[in-house]
Design a binder for this molecule. Structure first.
Ligand code: R5P
Length: 262
């Protein structure tokens, strides 16, 4: 990697653990108003202090984040459909590379829809174009493996989507946790992070994060299970205990309760 690429890539990882927590608050770009993200400033600060990177849209970044932020930004650069559209996440490039540079993005994120008749080709080619442009400026691309309606979120599917994304040139891949997750991480050429998905009880979200780390994930890209938690700051710290400090699920959950009730 060239120096700029290496530096941006390294910046999203915790130097001690070598792992990462992206705090994802980019949901509004296709879901509109989202529970927990009404007041973006409140949803981001001070939770972001306990994460390694902030994943969001350019609109939210400009409107809600203090430019004195000391965390790297993972900038969403794809969009095109809303939650109302049957053809969910048939996305194209919505933010140009110059804008990503202007916003000092450490990484750009693009959603691919592998296996869907209507959006596979467009999103694969869109991802490839983003990678071409981002590489020119030394910016790593995060491929977000979205799952189309009717497709199984299993190891067979997710390892296909992850491996394809890496082969296309993504420097990191965001996917979902599944049974036999090691099959996904071991067949990827690049680090893999898992999305948290829909809000589930804190203990279950911590269990998912713990399993993902045990099975080779480089970290998590978590949103709803943080900002929709009863205590987002406590939850982020509990996730951090698992990802960075090797805590067990019980230890992390105890920490969550302690911080929440403290
Ligand atoms: C969805 O496509 C967004 O990219 C989110 O950033 C990602 O899914 C992580 O958020 P959550 O943990 O809420 O799934």
């Amino acid at each position: 990697m060239d120096w700029g690429m290496q530096n941006r890539f390294n910046s999203v990882f915790n130097p001690e653990s070598g792992k990462t927590i992206f705090y994802a608050v980019d949901h509004g770009y296709f879901m509109g108003p989202t529970t927990g993200l009404g007041d973006m400033h409140k949803a981001i600060h001070p939770i972001i202090d306990y994460a390694d990177a902030l994943m969001l849209t350019r609109g939210a970044l400009r409107a809600s984040v203090d430019p004195a932020l000391r965390k790297p930004v993972v900038l969403r650069v794809s969009s095109g459909t809303s939650i109302l559209n049957q053809d969910l996440l048939h996305e194209g490039i919505s933010v140009g590379i110059e804008e990503a540079v202007r916003l000092n993005a450490a990484m750009v994120a693009f959603s691919v829809m592998i296996g869907t008749e209507s959006s596979e080709r467009d999103t694969v080619l869109g991802l490839s174009k983003v990678i071409d442009e981002a590489e020119r400026y030394g910016i790593p691309t995060l491929a977000v493996t979205a799952v189309g309606r009717g497709l199984n979120r299993d190891a067979r599917y997710l390892s296909l989507a992850t491996r394809m994304s890496a082969e296309l040139g993504a420097r990191m891949v965001k996917t979902y946790y599944c049974d036999d997750f090691e099959r996904v991480t071991s067949s990827s050429l690049v680090p893999v992070v898992i999305a948290g998905g829909k809000k589930i009880p804190e203990n279950d979200a911590l269990t998912m994060a713990w399993r993902a780390i045990q099975e080779g994930a480089a970290g998590v890209d978590m949103g709803r299970n943080i900002f929709q938690s009863e205590n987002p700051v406590a939850m982020m710290q509990a996730v951090g205990a698992i990802v960075h400090k090797g805590a067990t699920v019980d230890e992390a959950y105890e920490l969550y309760l302690e911080l929440k009730n403290g």
